[in-house]
Every structure is written in structure tokens, then in C-alpha cells.
Write a protein that binds this ligand. Structure first.
Ligand code: HEC
Length: 330
């Protein structure tokens, strides 16, 4: 069933021969390990195992059948010692242990990717009764046609508002989405994970009409680069517009991260005393700036690596006193 080894190895050997021409045997090992783990896998393994582990001359590594053990150590051993009698060379001499370990992780990643791609999300039934441990409840569609809705809040039993990540705030009345989004909503950075996030009514909304919004606020920094950071505002709905806007929280411009970034935070919650809480998100700046030199945690607190507010995902912002229900006027 298997072709003789020399034949199987010919494409790889041809490549290796180009790479190794003129090098000593000791350098040969180094020549093999240049490039990323992905490149190395494509060069050394994909021929037999398939570009995405789907299998070719060698068995697939996407199923859960591991002839030689599926744990990390067994995989590493398979790669190190190979199966010369079945056609797989031993790589232990050419690939250092650390990089064999990287190869094992890469195999895990390719498997996870394949599993993700296979996942199918079944469209839920339009109307159904579900039974939880304690209650039966009915699911019915209420509003359709939204694009990436992020947050929904009821203002009364029949009226709600919903945010779309792309920067729109819609009113919903009796299950009918307004024809157009509310006007006057601030400009929003919508790239990457940025967008219009939470919408939450004031605990005393019925009396004061305040609506709180969190969004990625697009700005230009001192160098003229596009940046954004979560900002919280409040405003009131009147005649299809968001009016009387006030900023409740805004970070310092130097703490803003590259527009279209990740990890903004963006939830808003009120506690029983009427304080407003919002996580600042971790942002990616902190890790990106802290990691290149060393990985020591101390490094991440070096000045200029990350703003404290952005590093600390549990740092909670207390709303200005005018935001609390104690003084709901404005
Ligand atoms: C020339 C073909 C060939 C090449 C090149 C090759 N393999 Fe294999 N590999 C095989 C065959 C054939 C088997 C099946 C051995 C068996 O049946 O037990 C195998 C088995 C394995 C197994 C064990 C699978 C199991 O079910 O237990 C792992 C892990 C593996 N290969 C990884 C690699 C990696 C990583 C590379 C590249 C560095 C590589 N192989 C390159 C042919 C190849």
C-alpha cells in the first residue's frame, strides 16, 4: 500500500538538497529548521500528511484515531523517532526538541481549525418552547433584520433600544424596528472589535429619560494616527434623535489605542446605589508593547507600555455625581 520510502521522500529530499548544498552535516539540522513552524510543516510533513492534516500517503491527523498515542508526548515521540518501516523518517536529529514541541502545538491548532470549520450553526426554530430545569419558556422572534446587534435594553414593556456594532442605535416599538437609526449618535470606530457597544437606561429612566451608551470613540492622536478608546456618554431620545448629550467617561488621548483594535470593554451596569460601572477592557496595546523585549511581568508596568486604566480590566469607573439617581436633573 505504501510506496517505498525513497520514492516518498523524493520531493522533500530535492528541496532539502537545495537548502543543504555545501553545508556540513552539523549545519544541516539548522538549515531544516529555518522558517516558521507552519512553513516547516508544509515543507517536511504536508507531502505525506496533507496541507491541513487531512492525510495523503499518511493517515489523516484530523480524526481521533492515533495509532501511536494522541497525547502531546506521544506525538512528539512519533515525530522524533518516525516510523521508518512505514515510510515516515525520524526527525529527532534534524529538528530540535523545542521545535518538535512547536510542531505538536501546530498540529493541535490545525485540528482545532478543522473542527471549527466543520461546525454548523443550525438556524433556531422560529417559535419554540424550551424546557429549563425550573421553567418552560417560549422563544418567539420579536425583531428581525438587525446587523450585528450588540446590546438590547427595554425602556418599557413595549419599547426597547438596540445597538448595532456598526454604530447604529435603533428604537423598537411593539416588535417593530424603526425605519432608520436614531440621528445624533456620535461617530463610532467600527473596525476590528471596535463599535457601538452597550446601551443602558438610567435606573430612573421613566422619570429622567437618560440613556447611557458605550462606544469606541474615534480620535486622532498627536502623531496624526487614527486611534480609539471606549467612551461613555448619556443622552435623551427625542423625535428620532439622541439629544442633550453629555460625556460621562472619556480616557486620556495618549491612552487611546490604534483604531480598529481589540478588547475595548464596553458593558455598562448600575448598582443598587445608582453607581455606574464599566470595565475598561484590557486593550491589546499593553501586551503588544510589553512582549517584544522580555516577557517578564514587571516589564508591563514600564512607563509608556500601558495606561493603568487600560491594563486593569476590573478598574471600575464611578459615574460623576450628576450621573447617579441622587441628582437626576440636568
Ligand atoms: C514520507 C511520508 C511522511 C512524512 C514526510 C512525514 N510523515 Fe508522519 N507519518 C507517516 C506515516 C506513513 C505515518 C503512519 C505510521 C503508522 O501507521 O503508525 C505517520 C505517522 C505520524 C504521526 C503519528 C500519527 C498516529 O496516528 O499516531 C505523527 C504525529 C506524524 N506522523 C507527524 C509528522 C510530522 C510532524 C512530520 C513532519 C515533520 C511528518 N509526520 C512527516 C508518513 C510521513
Amino acid at each position: 500500500m505504501l510506496l517505498p520510502l525513497p520514492h516518498l521522500l523524493r520531493p522533500f529530499l530535492a528541496l532539502a538538497a537545495v537548502a543543504l548544498a555545501g553545508t556540513s552535516p552539523r549545519l544541516a539540522a539548522q538549515a531544516v529548521r529555518t522558517g516558521t513552524v507552519a512553513e516547516r510543516f508544509q515543507l517536511l510533513c504536508a507531502n505525506c500528511h496533507g496541507k491541513n492534516l487531512e492525510g495523503a500517503m499518511a493517515p489523516s491527523m484530523l480524526d481521533d484515531v492515533w495509532t501511536n498515542g494522541g497525547d502531546d508526548e506521544s506525538l512528539a515521540k512519533s515525530i522524533r523517532t518516525g516510523f521508518p518501516d512505514k515510510g515516515m523518517p525520524a526527525w529527532g536529529a534534524a529538528i530540535p526538541d523545542k521545535e518538535i514541541r512547536a510542531m505538536v502545538i501546530y498540529i493541535r491548532e490545525l485540528r482545532a481549525k478543522a473542527a471549527r470549520e466543520k461546525t454548523q450553526f443550525v438556524k433556531p426554530a422560529d417559535s419554540m418552547t424550551a424546557q429549563s430545569e425550573l421553567h418552560a419558556y417560549q422563544l418567539n422572534p420579536w425583531v428581525g433584520g438587525l446587523k450585528e446587534p450588540w446590546s438590547l435594553a427595554f425602556l418599557s414593556p413595549t419599547q426597547a433600544v438596540v445597538t448595532e456594532k456598526r454604530g447604529y442605535l435603533y428604537l423598537i416599538e411593539n416588535g417593530k424596528l424603526a425605519d432608520r437609526p436614531l440621528s445624533g449618535v456620535p461617530a463610532v470606530d467600527t473596525g476590528g472589535q471596535a463599535g457601538l457597544f452597550d446601551v443602558v437606561p438610567h435606573p430612573d429612566y421613566a422619570k429622567n429619560g437618560w440613556l447611557y451608551l458605550a462606544f469606541s470613540d474615534p480620535q486622532q492622536n498627536a502623531e496624526g494616527a487614527k486611534v480609539s478608546l471606549t467612551r461613555i456618554i448619556r443622552g435623551k431620545i427625542k423625535d428620532g434623535a439622541l439629544i442633550d448629550q453629555q460625556t460621562i467617561y472619556q480616557g486620556k488621548l495618549e491612552h487611546y489605542i490604534k483604531a480598529g483594535g481589540v478588547h475595548f470593554g464596553g458593558r455598562i451596569a448600575f448598582d443598587r446605589q445608582g453607581y455606574l460601572f464599566s470595565p475598561s477592557g484590557a486593550t491589546a496595546t499593553a501586551t503588544r508593547k510589553a512582549s517584544p523585549s522580555t516577557r517578564s511581568p514587571a516589564n508591563s508596568s514600564t512607563p509608556n507600555t500601558a495606561p493603568a486604566v487600560a491594563m486593569n480590566s476590573t478598574s471600575l469607573k464611578k459615574a460623576s455625581t450628576t450621573a447617579g439617581p441622587s441628582s437626576p436633573t440636568a
